[in-house]
Design a protein around this ligand. Structure first.
Ligand SMILES: [Cu+2]
Length: 174
């Protein structure tokens, strides 16, 4: 059982090594630090809030730390997943997550073990368009993989996801 899990992981490590030759920003960052960081911030009034970067392309197995850099607002990092009472917008075999409320200065780490496209939001600020998208591993077959219109999501959230194409092109989408 264990070997079934370990084999694909080893393959991914070999792939990550091959990526070194490309010296992509993502790969260099992985080597510089175990974790990549996404900042959560906003204006003092909370009228404008964001994840930065809001789009990111990472290798399989990458850990991401979201940090609440916002002195005046509480944020969450929450996957679009039925467990969070939302439509599924992460790979089917991946686990949904919810950071819970992060006070200023607090952070949350998630490791992306399954390739695919992950959409997530901030619970108190989804209606302000505070959403993000992470692409893990190779280019997904479907592009875009998730519905561009969905009555269960606020319009401003749907329009705030960077496109998969942009993420793959730029690695980091501010
Ligand atoms: Cu928020």
């Amino acid at each position: 059982m264990t070997s079934l899990v370990e084999q694909p992981l080893r393959r991914q490590l070999v792939m990550a090594g091959a990526g070194l030759v490309l010296t992509s920003i993502a790969v260099r960052r992985v080597l510089a630090a175990n974790e990549m960081q996404i900042s959560m911030a906003g204006t003092a009034s909370g009228s404008h809030v964001w994840f930065r970067p809001r789009g990111l392309w990472v290798s399989v197995g990458q850990a991401i730390r979201w940090v609440n850099d916002d002195a005046g607002n509480v944020h969450t990092v929450t996957a679009y997943h039925p467990a969070n009472r939302k439509p599924l917008r992460i790979p089917e075999s991946a686990k949904g997550w919810d950071s819970g409320y992060l006070m200023p200065g607090e952070s949350f780490v998630w490791v992306f073990a399954t390739p695919g496209v992950y959409d997530y939001f901030c619970l108190p600020h989804e209606h302000a368009g505070m959403v993000g998208r992470i692409v893990v591993g190779d280019k997904p077959a479907a592009d875009p993989p998730y519905r561009a219109t969905d009555s269960k999501l606020p319009e401003v959230a749907l329009s705030s996801f960077p496109t998969v194409e942009d993420i793959l092109k730029n690695i980091i989408v501010e």
